[in-house]
Write a protein that binds this ligand. Structure first.
Ligand code: AMP
Ligand code: MG
Length: 359
């Protein structure tokens, strides 16, 4: 355990000065970004990166994103900046887009999980941006959660996961977006989306032309993959991610059928994830509205916090409605499906299966 100092982002001068001292002396700082909180260390210091993996409990082959304060800061970290990368930086930085490029010798392998490529992002959150312009080094930062748990989007959740494990936490309340950055890989033959986020594949394509989607992030593959994992075919395949402690199911179908099925199965220890417009349809269990159908951004904003709230309530099973995959909905369903370990089921199928196992 280490002593964790806590400073408010609005105490700006002090927070920036301490952040700089901690980072330049090899320590760790949890800080807000516009997507989720980050767990940062000096990206050029191999021992700081090792500390990040240890603080998170994350396997060290899972690469970190390197955060910068300007496009200029990218130059020493990469072998070159291709035209498409420049165009994306112009269009979307500062903002929730991570770009993968071939790394230079300056970036330690510890930071990139052993890869010859580096993931780069320039955040737009006012504190993160000021911090990166002031701290004197690029900052490697995965999400500020213990490995496997939902990313942190509220200060209290950062405290819960990282107090005693990092030197400094910057409190900026809730972060705005709530799901992690979009990741695009520009090191292969064609630009490829590796993680959906607020910036959509259509927006990326409008700037650089066609963008492929990595098969691993397609919903149907996340669902199918579960079957692979449940048979011991893919040993060591760590699959569940962003996960609450309870078993979780995404129930699809007409809203009325979903509500009817869930009402039949739910008891006091069941968590139900729904939306403002549907919450009155449910009769028992711990019912949480994640936001409004009229504002998909509100759903992204509250998603991880709701999953953590279910943990606090001690529910043993969670049923979630499914959501439109349009725009930020792609990112919402990607995180939700991963949190559920690929468990998605039609309402009538769920009822059938449950009555079979009860018999
Ligand atoms: P997190 O920081 O928790 O949002 O996770 C960072 C994620 O970025 C990793 O899990 C990888 O999926 C991705 N990533 C980071 N660097 C690279 C890289 N060089 N190549 C491919 N993916 C990367
Ligand atoms: Mg993460």
């Amino acid at each position: 355990m280490i002593r964790t100092e806590i400073l408010k982002a609005e105490d700006l001068d002090r927070a920036l000065a301490r952040t700089r001292e901690v980072l330049l002396s090899g320590g760790l700082v949890a800080f807000p970004t516009e997507t989720v909180y980050g767990l940062g260390g000096n990206a050029l210091d191999a021992s700081a990166s090792r500390k990040i993996y240890a603080a998170k409990g994350r396997p060290s082959d899972n690469p970190l994103i390197v955060h910068v304060g300007s496009v200029e800061d990218v130059k020493p970290l990469v072998r070159e900046i291709p035209e498409k990368a420049k165009a994306l930086m112009d269009a979307f930085w500062p903002g929730p887009l991570t770009i993968i490029l071939p790394k230079s010798g300056l970036v330690p392998m510890e930071t990139t999980g052993g890869l010859q490529t580096v993931a780069l992002r320039m955040p737009s959150h006012p504190f993160a941006n000021a911090m990166l312009r002031n701290c004197g080094c690029p900052v490697a930062a995965p999400s500020a959660n213990r490995s496997g748990r939902p990313s942190t989007t509220r200060f209290s959740h950062v405290l819960e996961d990282l107090q005693g494990r990092v030197d400094l936490i910057i409190d900026a309340g809730d972060v705005p977006i709530g799901v992690e950055s979009t990741i695009i890989d520009l090191t292969g033959e064609a630009p490829t989306l590796l993680r959906p986020g607020k910036i959509t594949i259509e927006e990326l394509a409008s700037v650089i032309g066609p963008v492929l989607t990595d098969p691993a992030i397609l919903s149907e593959n996340i669902i199918a993959h579960k079957e692979l994992v449940s048979r011991p075919k893919a040993p060591g395949m760590k699959y569940r991610h962003y996960a609450p402690r309870a078993e979780m199911w995404i129930v699809s179908g007409e809203t009325e059928d979903v509500a009817e099925t869930v009402n039949e199965l739910a008891d006091e220890r069941t968590g139900i994830l729904t939306v403002d417009e549907h919450q009155d349809l449910y009769r028992c269990g711990k019912i949480l509205s994640v936001g409004s159908l009229r504002s998909p951004m509100s759903i992204a904003h509250n998603l991880f916090a709701c999953l953590r709230d279910f943990d606090t309530m001690g529910v043993t099973r969670i049923y979630s409605e499914d959501f439109s995959e349009a725009d930020i909905g792609t990112a919402i369903m990607n995180r939700l499906l991963k949190a559920a370990g690929g468990n998605e089921v039609q309402a009538e199928e769920l009822l059938k299966r449950t009555s079979e196992t009860d018999r």
